[in-house]
Design a protein. Structure first.
Length: 338
């Protein structure tokens, strides 16, 4: 694949309904997922699990990029093939999470800001040498009493813009992820307002930093009701409100928006994406960058046993295809039973 410019890389990842497999769980998060199926979270088990996902036949044509954790981008399979090469052989581009997690915004605050700018340039140079073509940085915005504050939004969006500039200077495409958390009892209107303010601040800071929008991918959360809200918005309302927020704030020249699933069930994340693409009326590709919503059925099928490998790969392949159909606005719940 001879993709040289940032624009070519970003456009390829979301071309023809393709989306992103988020496999960048930290070791503690991976440990929790393995606990749920009774598997010990060792380096070898994490490698075997991810290698199994990356070799699934449904990676082909459905997945344009894979976000990796630092450990994974350095690993090789049992036969000595690097996991990066396995991903490339499937027609996907390897990416890497480069942020260093969250710290409190200030001593008394429940709000957080993402860290990792220190040494980022050096890390990017190493990741390019290891084969990465794009990167990811996650900002976390909480909704609650007095939250999100302007201070929290601006600190996180400035960090995203500073990160994006460093990444582009190193020849990789930055994914910018301003996640508005679903956790809480807030209304869809509260989520809309937090998302709207975050996106306005993000694109202002990106432009001030001279970031090339055509060589950037946005990974936002959808505009939903809080996870514990008494009243849950319908699929159609989530689709309409999310699109309204994006159309008001996201420049037309951005090549792709790849949603995070943010705790939604695998089917609901697919249904929301499909509903938005059926509405249409936007210039960017609207696709997916799912972790749990792609991996969950595969993880449950695997149970850490070699003999379950093909069932597990089939589960991932099915979800990848369903989400591609949704990214094309061609999904229907009846397809889930076939």
């Amino acid at each position: 694949m001879s993709l040289n410019s940032l624009e070519e890389i970003a456009t390829y990842i979301v071309s023809e309904g393709k989306g992103i497999l988020a496999a960048d769980e930290s070791n503690p998060t991976c440990g929790k997922r393995f606990d749920s199926i009774g598997v010990e979270s060792t380096e070898a088990n994490r490698r075997d699990y991810r290698e199994m996902l990356f070799r699934a036949s449904g990676m082909q044509d459905n997945i344009g990029g894979v976000i990796l954790f630092d450990e994974t981008i350095r690993q090789s399979s049992k036969d000595g093939t690097s996991l990066v090469d396995i991903i490339k052989d499937q027609g996907a581009l390897p990416g890497i999470k480069v942020d260093k997690g969250l710290q409190p915004l200030n001593e008394s605050s429940e709000e957080v800001v993402t860290q990792g700018l220190e040494g980022l340039n050096e890390r990017c140079k190493e990741y390019v040498a290891l084969g990465a073509r794009f990167t990811k940085w996650r900002a976390v915005i909480r909704i609650g009493e007095g939250m999100p504050s302007d201070e929290c939004i601006d600190a996180n969006m400035k960090a995203l813009a500073d990160y994006a500039k460093v990444v582009q200077d190193n020849g990789m495409v930055p994914m910018v992820e301003p996640e508005v958390l679903m956790e809480g009892s807030h209304s869809i209107e509260d989520c809309f307002n937090a998302s709207d303010r975050s996106l306005k601040s993000l694109f202002r800071h990106l432009n001030e930093n001279g970031v090339n929008i055509k060589g950037t991918i946005l990974k936002p959360s959808m505009v939903t009701s809080g996870s514990t809200a008494a009243e849950q918005a319908s699929v159609d309302e989530v689709a309409k409100r999310t699109l309204e927020c994006l159309i008001a704030n996201v420049p037309a020249e951005l090549p792709g928006i790849t949603f995070l699933s943010g705790g939604q069930s695998d089917i609901l994340a697919t249904a929301h994406l499909d509903a938005m693409n059926k509405i249409g009326g936007f210039s960017w590709k609207l696709s997916f960058s799912y972790g749990r919503a792609l991996q969950s059925p595969a993880l449950k099928a695997w149970k850490g046993k070699y003999e379950n490998m093909f069932i597990s790969q089939d589960a991932l392949s099915h979800r990848a295809l369903m989400n591609k159909m949704a990214a094309l606005g061609q999904w229907d719940s009846s397809l889930e039973d076939q």
